[in-house]
Design a protein around this ligand. Structure first.
Ligand code: ADP
Length: 294
């Protein structure tokens, strides 16, 4: 089997409070992220999710433990500044607030910012900008002013800026949290496409359980520890454990569990709205109510 794209071993990060208390934000976190996979990291506020993202992107430095990216330890002493930029090109970070990520006054100039900093030839920059804007469905807005766009559109421009750097992995740190439902749906569709069609490894950090349900694997952080990891079905079958971590199952799973608690047998692992709808339709069919799909 191929080595994982990212592997952390006993990763620790702490800081000292003004009153001298030593706070462990991440405590011996050991996880593996396969190349091309879609991984969600969930946990209540303060569980260490963003710190984990920032360590992978080399914005923060670990106290101890290792982070292997493509088999190379990025926490090693002999890692140079050039190596660090190389890692940031491989593992890009999209943050929560799109306004903090937009740097130019015209959309295409904003997307070109990263490739320009790589010193690429103009024709290559043009191609990357056009391709990135097409990928996120924003080509028609290339000459627009970013500040006039909606939150979802701005976040898609920010994603285009990241894609134009041709990263192998993108970390989305609560990147849908500030968006309205339509913007959130558009960005989630984009993320799924980047993973399934472009083969980009995705790590999403989220407190929306329905977003975590879209991943191949979910890692649950609780007070800096890995409390559980598994497929969404495996994780959402552990409602008590999630509750102990200050989390809950997605609403659609809660609906299925509620129906079961009232004696209605619902088939399968219900982790998404589509699965929930199919299960309820199946139940109705079995009970003589014809459900015709449009
Ligand atoms: P999450 O993303 O799960 O909400 P974070 O990784 O942002 O968690 O942070 C974990 C906790 O550690 C938070 O309460 C944060 O305020 C705190 N923290 C992390 N680093 C520092 C630091 N250098 N100084 C003060 N507080 C910090």
């Amino acid at each position: 089997m191929n080595a994982p794209f990212i592997k952390t071993e006993n990763l620790c990060f702490s800081y000292d409070e003004d009153d001298g208390r030593h706070i462990n934000v991440l405590d011996n976190v050991s996880v593996e992220i396969e190349r091309g996979s879609y991984v969600a990291v969930i946990g209540h506020n303060g569980s260490g999710k963003s710190t984990f993202a920032r360590l992978l992107n080399m914005i923060l430095e670990a106290d101890s433990g290792t982070i292997l990216v493509d088999g190379r330890d990025i926490t090693s002493e002999d890692f140079t500044e050039d190596d660090m930029f190389e890692i940031r090109r491989k593992i890009a970070l999209v943050q929560q607030n799109p306004d903090n990520q937009i740097v130019a006054t015209i959309v295409e100039e904003d997307v070109a910012f990263g490739p320009e900093n790589l010193g690429l030839p103009p024709a290559e920059i043009r191609k990357r900008v056009d391709d990135a804007l097409a990928t996120v469905g924003m080509s028609a807005y290339s000459r627009h002013e970013p500040h006039r766009l909606s939150g979802g559109q701005k976040q898609r421009v920010a994603i285009a800026g990241v894609i134009a750097m041709l990263p192998e992995c993108i970390i989305f740190d609560e990147s849908t949290a500030m968006l309205d439902p339509v913007g959130r749906r558009d960005v989630l569709t984009e993320i799924d496409k980047l993973n399934k069609q472009n083969g980009i490894t995705i790590i999403t950090i989220t407190h929306y359980m329905n977003e975590a349900a879209l991943a191949d694997k979910v890692i649950v952080l609780d007070n800096g520890h890995v409390a559980a990891e598994g497929t969404p079905s495996e994780i959402f079958a552990e409602r008590d454990l999630l509750n102990k971590c200050g989390l809950d199952v997605p609403q659609c799973t809660a609906v299925a569990l509620g129906l079961e608690a009232h004696g209605y047998k619902i088939d399968g692992d219900i982790t998404t709205v589509d699965k929930c709808a199919d299960a309820i339709a199946g139940f109705l069919e079995r009970n003589g109510v014809a459900c015709v799909k449009k």
